[in-house]
Write a protein that binds this ligand. Structure first.
Ligand code: AMP
Length: 138
């Protein structure tokens, strides 16, 4: 299994396709998931290319997890959530559909239903507003 630099998240990193950014630093980028499973669902990716967690360098994971924590806290605050679910899939058998390492951040309230994975596209205006809410809570 190799890393394909033409995956959609690599294109986002190169600025070839847009995203609703919530956070960026030297090593990582966070943006809204276009098919959110809950309100405020966003993704955190490293700028270095790896296919998933299984082939990632340890040096990639340290700044990545720092950003996961930072954005998870902000998403929880922005959406007044009771908790945050973090998901991460490795290889198609485990549900991975985009082959650039990423963590899902999903603010959750008690008893909240979760929509299907990679299901329905959200309204772009709503995603832009939600990204701003998370940025404001950082
Ligand atoms: P997975 O690889 O299964 O962990 O999930 C990939 C996630 O990326 C899904 O939740 C998709 O909704 C999301 N996704 C796919 N394309 C884009 C995109 N262009 N911008 C933001 N999120 C995306």
């Amino acid at each position: 299994m190799t890393y394909d630099p033409n995956n959609i998240f690599a294109k986002i990193l190169r600025g070839e396709i847009p995203c609703h950014k919530t956070y960026e630093d030297e090593h990582t980028l966070a943006f809204m998931d276009v098919m959110p499973q809950v309100e405020g669902h966003c993704l955190v990716i490293p700028k270095v290319g790896s296919r998933n967690l299984l082939d990632a360098e340890l040096s990639t994971l340290t700044p990545l997890m720092a950003t996961v924590q930072k954005v998870a806290r902000a998403a929880k605050t922005a959406f007044k959530a009771d908790g945050v679910q973090i998901r991460q899939y490795n290889e198609p058998a485990a549900g991975q559909t985009v082959f650039h390492l990423h963590f899902h951040i999903m603010p959750m309230n008690e008893g909240q239903a979760i929509r299907p994975h990679a299901g329905k596209m959200a309204d772009q205006g709503l995603l832009a507003k939600q990204a701003e809410m998370i940025r404001n809570a950082l």
